[in-house]
Design a protein around this ligand. Structure first.
Ligand SMILES: Cc1cc2nc3c(=O)[nH]c(=O)nc-3n(C[C@H](O)[C@H](O)[C@H](O)COP(=O)(O)OP(=O)(O)OC[C@H]3O[C@@H](n4cnc5c(N)ncnc54)[C@H](O)[C@@H]3O)c2cc1C
Length: 299
């Protein structure tokens, strides 16, 4: 297969870029294995005009729009990304089913993997009763008695624990192995955050909503629960292609990596991006790629 642009990742960033490019009359193949990060949540919040929309349904609509503008979706994982010199192409993407797609420009929008703390029962409640982002689900836990379980991301976890006092009536923090620096400890006290320094053994659902947090000595019910996962960018393809990495993240400038014709957008390069930001970043990179292709055809 040969196309103007190959996009790896059909989540919010990749699909927005795909629509922008298809509407700019570019041939685009969108390669996706169908696992957007927020697939565990039934409702997505903070999306203009679409609050509480089901994220899978929103993407389904986006994919249908892309196809209606002539785009092609390939439902298959991309396995490798290598330089190509075929037919004026710079990059070749190999799929798990053995097909290759060659193109002068590739956008990688493969998102993030949330690595949850190793607490029994927590993965089953992730996205339905346990959340991480106050700006996605803070409003939904307004006025509740809330637990925060320490995850593998100390700075992020301390920050959301403090912020969540803006919404919740009471916040209890389970460090769960995290060491709370004295400065944070003082701030937690000032904000009225209770600290239960016992390892969390299990989290389970409470009938009618909420969670129960179990430690060796305690079993405490809460109306809502947050944690701070480690954010692991799904950037193996970008790293394998030789992209510069700074502080653990692939470096981009207006979406372009350090490799010519290789672009990135969304959570794969920016963990704080919510749906709207990832969508905006994808659309902006789509425009940049179209203009780069246009510039390449000028005499
Ligand atoms: C539990 C939870 C709830 C959330 N709730 C909200 C909310 O309410 N509001 C909000 O604004 N944000 C929310 N978010 C954040 C939201 O999920 C992200 O902002 C958004 O998904 C980022 O879009 P993206 O395109 O960068 O990545 P994603 O949407 O994760 O898309 C990445 C895509 O790439 C695909 N992919 C990865 N590797 C490959 C490969 N090798 N080959 C082919 N395809 C590949 C994946 O299958 C996926 O479809 C939530 C996140 C979580 C974890």
């Amino acid at each position: 297969m040969r196309t103007d642009v190959t996009i790896i990742g059909g989540g919010f960033a990749g699909t927005a870029a795909a629509i922008t490019l298809a509407r700019a009359n570019r041939s685009v193949v969108l390669v996706d294995d169908g696992k957007p990060r927020n697939r565990f949540s039934e409702h997505a919040h903070g999306i203009l005009g679409w609050d509480s929309v089901n994220p899978i349904e929103l993407l389904r609509r986006g994919h249908a729009e892309f196809e209606s503008f002539g785009g092609t979706i390939v439902q298959n994982p991309a396995e490798t990304l290598k330089e190509s010199r075929r037919d004026g192409c710079r990059w070749s993407v190999s799929l798990a089913d053995g097909r290759d797609i060659d193109s002068p420009h590739v956008l990688v929008a493969t998102g993030i993997t949330d690595v949850l703390p190793a607490v029994h029962g927590l993965p089953e409640l992730w996205g339905s009763r346990v959340f991480h982002c106050p700006y996605c689900h803070g409003y939904e836990v307004k006025g509740t008695n809330l637990a925060v379980i320490g995850g593998e991301n100390p700075g992020f976890t301390f920050n959301i624990t403090k912020l969540l006092t803006k919404w919740a009536d009471a916040v209890t923090f389970f460090p769960n192995g995290l060491e709370l620096p004295s400065q944070e400890c003082a701030l937690f006290q000032a904000l009225g955050i209770a600290i239960v320094d016992e390892q969390v053994l299990e989290v389970g659902p409470v009938e009618g909503g909420g969670v129960v947090v179990r430690t060796r000595n305690l079993q405490l019910p809460f109306e809502s629960c947050f944690t701070g996962p480690r954010f692991e960018p799904n950037d193996e393809l970008l790293r394998g292609a030789g992209c510069d990495v700074v502080d653990g993240w692939v470096r981009t400038e207006r979406g372009l990596t350090s490799q010519p014709g290789l672009w990135a957008a969304g959570n794969v390069i920016s963990s704080p991006d919510q749906v709207s930001q990832a969508t905006g970043a994808g659309a902006a990179v789509g425009i940049a790629i179209d203009q780069a292709l246009f510039a390449e055809t000028l005499p």
